[in-house]
Design a protein around this ligand. Structure first.
Ligand SMILES: Cc1cc2nc3c(=O)[nH]c(=O)nc-3n(C[C@H](O)[C@H](O)[C@H](O)COP(=O)(O)OP(=O)(O)OC[C@H]3O[C@@H](n4cnc5c(N)ncnc54)[C@H](O)[C@@H]3O)c2cc1C
Length: 132
């Protein structure tokens, strides 16, 4: 159902893009304004907890994310000097059973959640704009 108002979303981070996808799915014309000239990855990757994975699934962005992500089987904390294992948390199937979604989908440095979410946006009625 199309709604008459156009909604402007400031910022194309995960928060802005998630809001824009939901608003577009609810029928609003939604325009995302981003001050950065280009959307690109920052840092070495991102870990997605089960609640984040469920949110991406609901937004319809999980399939695009999965193409570029790996699901970790365990989180291991090691001592910097000796390499001894200090703590270990099993993720993978066990976490999926416990939390309802896999824990820690990790993105490679060559991609980012916002760029994958931008792909999801292209299948909705949102548009996005960055400065020229
Ligand atoms: C080093 C580091 C590692 C992290 N690792 C993880 C992790 O592994 N897992 C995890 O879940 N979280 C992680 N986080 C946290 C996560 O990155 C943030 O919680 C999340 O990115 C916040 O998203 P956001 O959309 O609220 O804000 P942002 O990602 O900051 O996006 C805001 C956007 O708005 C734009 N903007 C700002 N002002 C304006 C304006 N006036 N007009 C137009 N555009 C504007 C900015 O350019 C930016 O693109 C990490 C954070 C850091 C710093």
């Amino acid at each position: 159902m199309a709604r008459s108002r156009t909604i402007l979303v400031a910022g194309a981070g995960i928060g802005g893009l998630a809001a824009a996808i939901e608003l577009a799915k609810a029928g609003f014309r939604t325009v995302v304004l981003e001050r950065a000239k280009k959307l690109e990855e920052i840092g070495a990757g991102i870990q997605l907890t089960p609640n984040a994975v469920r949110a991406l699934e609901r937004l319809g962005a999980l399939a695009a994310v999965k193409k570029r992500a790996v699901a970790a089987n365990a989180l291991i904390v090691g001592a910097g000097d000796s390499g001894d294992v200090l703590a270990r948390a099993t993720l993978g199937e066990e976490a999926a059973r416990r939390f309802g979604a896999p824990c820690s989908w990790s993105f490679a440095p060559t991609c980012s959640a916002p760029s994958q979410m931008s792909q999801a946006i292209s299948s909705t009625s949102c548009s996005s704009s960055t400065p020229r």
